[in-house]
Design a protein around this ligand. Structure first.
Ligand code: FAD
Length: 488
């Protein structure tokens, strides 16, 4: 292992994209092999040294940012151990960069389907946050693609957990002597707090637990044969209502096609929303965006040589039916063109992250999803709160899952305070509507106050009890998900 004590070297490990202040660490331990992790954790447990796990540092909630103790970096655990074409499984270490796995798979005409927009993240980080992204509409979040994990607990114990092998009895895991929280999660895309359900699979407790229960060092991931073709497009609307109606119809048809398995029918892989202010933000870099566009949808569709023309016709018909001008749409028919469109989509969070970094304000973005029948009300609420205010704001994201990121970009402290108040209003409304305060980024350190709104004080205490059972020395990723005071 490598140990860095020099604060100049540590500096690089003190940030992710949240712009969270207060980062501090004594040292960075860079593990060079999986075998070193149990000893590192045993030693830290013995000395009660807090350990914060650092991966790709692309998270948005301060999860990998330490407030004290030492950092454990897994960046060198980056072996792609095996790609099994026959049973479509990739076995990888946690520090493999998502993009590197995709490149290795592409050589074999294979693909790992989760696509959390930022390809420089490491796979362990994506499991720890249960990352999602645009294709989650069709394929579900990371959790759905994980077959096995190897986790090191802070005691040094190694758990090798295969999906489908270890189940809770109701809300208790006898094997690890641990009672699970009693709250019910909303039945929508959700990454808020520990993932629990009756008789649950143990693997699901660790996925999305944000490094608070153990270090995921290795995993078996489901992979797939690359679709023969994929096309994408950006559709611009002059009226946001037309855009939302378009989304509803695309969703409905896509869900029906997925159910029937009929590949000749329109079935979106991604349905992504860009509001007027998001289009304004990226117009300079993308001058082809029409000046009068008030909303846009980015979509992707898998296809084959034989059905492509028919599918394109179905998309064109829908686009025209909902009042968008086909001539203004940008359609990508090749993989390269689709990549260009995705770069436009990726430039949105990137540009916003740059602004937050430049202004020094902690990221003020929501990660809210609500049930389908509550989405119109949630959208109306965003307008009701934000429209009368002069604070710069924009909304974009995974509308296929009724999941948007509303970002507020304050110019001064007064606007920052206002933005924080607005976020509290939004998460409260979302919870009232049966939604989640975090659909994909997790809670990390900056969203903790909102989790109480969702699961109540009791839910937080029950999560803390799970952590106490699995991390008895209380050293791993302190202050992620819930405040440390709940552990005392
Ligand atoms: C431009 C941009 C766009 C993004 N778009 C999306 C998106 O569409 N969808 C989405 O879901 N996310 C998105 N993200 C967020 C981010 O990419 C994900 O949260 C990613 O999964 C984090 O991976 P990481 O390796 O960077 O982890 P880090 O940020 O280093 O860590 C994230 C958390 O996981 C813990 N952790 C990391 N590795 C392990 C491990 N091996 N074992 C246990 N705990 C661990 C850390 O301690 C921390 O709490 C975006 C980020 C950027 C910058």
């Amino acid at each position: 292992m490598l140990i860095k004590n020099d604060q100049d070297m540590i500096k690089n490990y003190l940030e992710d994209t949240s712009v969270m202040p207060g980062a501090k660490a004594e040292a960075v331990i860079i593990a060079e092999s999986q075998d070193e992790i149990p000893q590192i954790l045993k030693e830290a447990s013995k000395n009660h040294t807090p350990i914060t796990i650092s991966s790709g540092k692309t998270g948005t909630t301060g999860g990998c940012i330490p407030l004290k103790g030492k950092i454990l970096s897994v960046e060198k655990l980056n072996k792609i151990i095996n790609i099994n074409k026959k049973n479509l499984t990739a076995t990888v270490e946690c520090g493999v960069v998502l993009e590197d796995l995709q490149k290795a798979l592409a050589k074999e005409n294979l693909v790992y389907l989760p696509d959390p927009t930022e390809s420089t993240c490491l796979l362990g980080g994506t499991l720890a946050t249960n990352a999602s992204g645009s294709r989650t509409f069709k394929y579900g979040p990371t959790r759905n693609h994980v077959k096995r994990i190897k986790v090191v607990l802070s005691t040094g114990e190694i758990l090798d957990i295969e999906r489908g092998k270890i189940f809770a009895e109701g809300r208790r895991f006898e094997t690890i002597k641990c009672d699970l929280p009693s709250y019910e999660m909303p039945m929508i895309k959700n990454a808020a707090g520990y993932y629990v359900y009756d008789n649950m699979d143990l693997i699901d407790l660790f996925i999305g637990s944000e490094g608070t229960l153990g270090v995921i060092v290795e995993m078996d991931l489901k992979i797939a044969v690359k679709p023969e073709k994929i096309f994408g497009g950006i559709v611009y609307f002059n009226n946001p209502k037309d855009c939302l109606n378009f989304v509803k119809e695309v969703r409905q048809i896509s869900l029906e096609s997925k159910k029937s398995g009929d590949i000749t029918k329109l079935s979106a892989a991604s349905i992504e929303y860009l509001d007027q202010y998001t289009l304004d933000l990226i117009r300079e870099k993308n001058p082809s965006i029409p000046k009068d566009a008030k909303a846009a949808i980015f979509f992707e569709q898998e296809s084959t040589e034989t059905v492509e023309d028919d599918l394109l016709q179905q998309w064109s018909d829908l686009i025209e039916k909902h009042g968008a001008d086909l001539d203004q749409c940008r359609i990508a028919l090749t993989e390269l063109e689709d990549k260009e469109l995705k770069e436009i989509r990726h430039s949105i969070p990137e540009t916003i992250n740059e602004i937050f970094k430049r202004t020094g304000f902690q990221k003020l973005a929501t990660d809210i999803a609500v049930p389908a029948d509550a989405f119109d009300e949630m959208m109306a609420y965003y307008d009701e709160i934000l429209k009368p205010l002069s604070i710069h704001h924009l909304a974009f994201g995974h509308i296929g899952n009724y999941h948007l990121h509303v970002n507020q970009l304050p110019k001064n402290n007064e606007e920052k305070e206002l933005a924080l108040k607005n976020i509290k209003l939004f998460v409260t409304k979302a919870v009232q509507l049966g939604g989640t305060i975090s659909a994909e980024h997790g809670i990390g350190k900056i969203k903790k106050p909102y989790l109480k709104i969702m699961y109540g004080e009791n839910g937080i205490k029950e999560m803390a009890a799970v952590k106490k059972a699995l991390d008895p020395a209380l050293i791993l990723n302190l202050d992620n998900i819930f405040e440390e005071k709940y552990l005392r």
